[in-house]
Design a protein around this ligand. Structure first.
Ligand code: COA
Length: 257
């Protein structure tokens, strides 16, 4: 069904693997559209509670947008490429089910942007991050200038964006770009462990937390007001009844999907 990714559902977790290992999982346009589709499908699937996004092999998560594909693009095509890419990243960021990037190697350019659109990033010890677009005569086009500032602050983000420096996993963790650094063999198990923990919580509340966090960063939205709305709405949900009833009756909550 997909040509450039693998999408595998197991024990409630959908693992999406970018499957262009010989091209260091470079993100051509079709690959990005397939990732978007797989995230939409995982969100629609009641059996799925979380999503992991990773790259095939042990060298790259994704070494950027596919340079060979866009090398002859016009400005108009470039604009469309960027707008469509933004939509892919926004689809991931707005997923009501948590998405973790398991960064298993190079996350450069579009690869770094893709990882930054996920709700959390875990990295293997060999992972490398950077936005090298200025080497190609381009600024980042998949919201790298925006999400890097959000994650690590203006000073460090500006330095990385202007120098095209590539940083290792531990430095990325120091900056706040990744949450944890792990031996590569522990990367997917740890992502699954985090998602399984979240899966015991109220799915409605989890989706609301994601929505409130995103509102903080969305032009024209007020995160504080969003929180008031989402908090109020939660009182009318079955998850609220189940969560509070379980607490008062000293039992474990059992939330429905
Ligand atoms: N787009 C298209 N193809 C890419 C790619 C990209 N972003 N990144 C890697 N590839 C391809 C290479 O062209 C090569 O293909 P080939 O074997 O058909 O020639 C293959 O992947 C392996 O890459 P290679 O450069 O030989 O590996 P390396 O270990 O020597 O170097 C990198 C690894 C990541 C340092 C290097 O590939 C690189 O700099 N990639 C581009 C990074 C970048 O600028 N990304 C931002 C794009 S907007």
């Amino acid at each position: 069904m997909y040509e450039n990714i693998l999408s595998n559902n197991e024990n409630g977790i959908c693992t999406i693997t970018i499957n262009r290992e010989s091209k260091l999982n470079a993100l051509n346009i079709q690959t990005l559209q397939e990732i978007k589709q797989a995230v939409i499908e995982a969100n629609a699937d009641k059996e799925i509670h979380g999503i992991v996004l990773t790259g095939s092999g042990q060298k790259a998560f994704a070494a950027g947008a596919d340079i060979s594909e866009f090398v002859n693009f016009t400005s108009e095509q470039g604009r469309k490429m960027s707008a469509d890419g933004h939509e892919v990243m926004n689809t991931i960021e707005n997923s009501g089910k948590p998405v973790i990037a398991a960064v298993n190697g190079f996350a450069l350019g579009g690869g770094c942007e893709l990882a930054m659109s996920c709700h959390m990033r875990l990295a293997s010890e060999n992972a490398k991050f950077g936005q090298p677009e200025v080497n190609l005569g381009l600024p980042p086009g998949y919201a790298g200038t925006q999400r890097l500032i959000q994650l690590i602050g203006k000073g460090k983000a500006t330095q990385l964006l202007l120098t095209a420096d590539v940083i290792g996993a531990n430095e990325a963790m120091e900056y706040g770009l990744v949450n944890e650094v792990l031996p590569i063999e522990d990367l997917l198990p740890r992502c699954n462990e985090i998602l399984n923990k979240i899966s015991s919580k109220s799915p409605l509340a989890v989706a609301k937390v994601i929505k409130c966090i995103n509102a903080y960063f969305t032009e024209g939205k007020d995160g504080f007001l969003t929180e008031i709305e989402e908090f109020g709405h939660a009182f009318s949900t079955k998850d609220f009844k189940e969560g509070t009833d379980a607490f008062l009756n000293k039992r474990k909550a059992n939330f429905e999907r």
